[in-house]
Ligand binder design. Structure first.
Ligand code: NDP
Length: 330
């Protein structure tokens, strides 16, 4: 039977902002109360995302104490929703997932299809949907192959971007912080690799795209942010598109719009949440995501950490030691 609201559960709480040491494991967090329309999910696997570090440091604001975490997969423990009876395997993208139980509005739940484990679901949902929606919401289609740069190409989102883009015929230039990471991106289908810890990034992109009629890559996906943004603007093709979507190296400072006029550059700063805001959008993209796992995309888990070891997971992620997805096991 489900635990009573307010009784003790295991989870990770942030009482003050700071480094990974501020992630406190507790066995006495209150089981959340279910509001109208909510379902209590017993989380089995929790996806770790770079955004979790922003809430921990305070770069993104949320009231403290905070149970952070943006996604998990598990089973329904308590429910009055006919669509999601107790025992249903579900996954979701929502706050407060770093815990044994999370109360989730039924409308936010995504059923985990039969052939997919809750571990794979938690490893795929947020990063996979990020890559998928960011590609689908651009004017970029398999019928018109483009030259596309992916930064941090061996990371969680990066591996999804490389695999989807390459499998749809685009020429991917994968940039990453070590030879091993670059080699992995090449194995996933990238046409070219740049190790930006050792090679001059902008010069290498220029060299690889010098025969391009518009003089550079058509599209650049950049979750690294501050460290690479100026170079992106410098090297992108005329009429090209920059998709700037993260702050792994710090947030991009305010930009003078006149800098875009030089090459008629389009810049997007999207969030996944803005592309899966309605149940229809969530269902449409989730369906396509599960389909991708049947062939086009292999999701690779860097490590599955016991939830108690979340501090090490954040240290590894911010220390650029990881390739692929980090998952916590509850
Ligand atoms: P990753 O697995 O990609 O890990 C981050 C990677 O960024 C590192 O492995 C590292 O790869 C690279 N990096 C470059 N500079 C630094 C630095 N100074 N410190 C740390 N890492 C650095 O993480 P995720 O896949 O979870 O996220 C990737 C990016 O996408 C993040 O910026 C994240 O915030 C963003 N994101 C945005 C979303 C949105 O809705 N806008 C949704 C999901 C993710 P390397 O060594 O190869 O440089």
């Amino acid at each position: 039977s489900p635990p009573a609201a307010g009784s003790g559960m295991r989870g990770i709480v942030i009482e003050e902002h700071g480094g990974p040491e501020k992630l406190k494991y507790s066995t006495e967090l209150p089981v959340p109360e279910m509001k109208d329309g909510e379902v209590l999910v017993k989380n089995e696997y929790i996806g770790v995302n770079y955004i979790d570090t922003y809430f921990r440091t305070g770069l993104y604001a949320a009231p403290l104490p905070l149970i952070t975490g943006k996604e998990a997969a598990g089973t329904v423990a308590s429910s009055s929703s006919p669509s999601f009876p107790t025992g249903t395997k579900v996954t979701y993208i929502l706050d407060h997932s770093y815990a044994e139980y999370t109360a989730v509005p039924a409308a936010q739940l995504i059923p985990v299809p039969p052939g997919i484990s809750t571990q794979t679901a938690a490893a795929s949902l947020l990063q996979g949907l990020t890559a998928l929606t960011f590609i689908r919401e651009l004017p970029i289609t398999p019928s018109e192959p483009k030259t596309v740069v992916v930064m941090a190409a061996a990371g969680g989102v990066g591996q999804w971007l490389v695999q989807i883009l390459a499998s749809e015929g685009h020429t991917v230039i994968a940039a990453a912080g070590s030879r091993t990471k670059v080699d992995l991106a090449l194995a996933l289908g990238a046409a070219h690799g740049i190790n930006y810890s050792a090679e001059p990034l902008v010069d290498r992109i220029r060299e690889l795209t010098k025969s391009h009629p518009l003089g550079g890559p058509d599209v650049m996906f950049d979750g690294v942010g501050k460290a690479t943004f100026d170079g992106d603007l410098e090297v992108v093709a005329r009429k090209g598109t920059l998709v700037i979507f993260g702050n792994a190296s710090g947030a991009v400072p305010p930009v003078d719009l006149l800098r875009l006029a030089k090459k008629n550059t389009k810049v997007l700063r999207p969030t996944l949440f803005g592309y899966i805001a309605t149940p229809e959008e969530r269902q449409k993209y989730a369906k396509e995501l599960w389909g991708l796992l049947e062939g086009k995309v292999k999701v690779s888990i860097h490590e599955t950490y016991p939830m108690e070891e979340v501090r090490r997971a954040h240290e590894d992620l911010e220390g650029r030691k990881t390739m692929g997805k980090l998952v916590l096991q509850v």
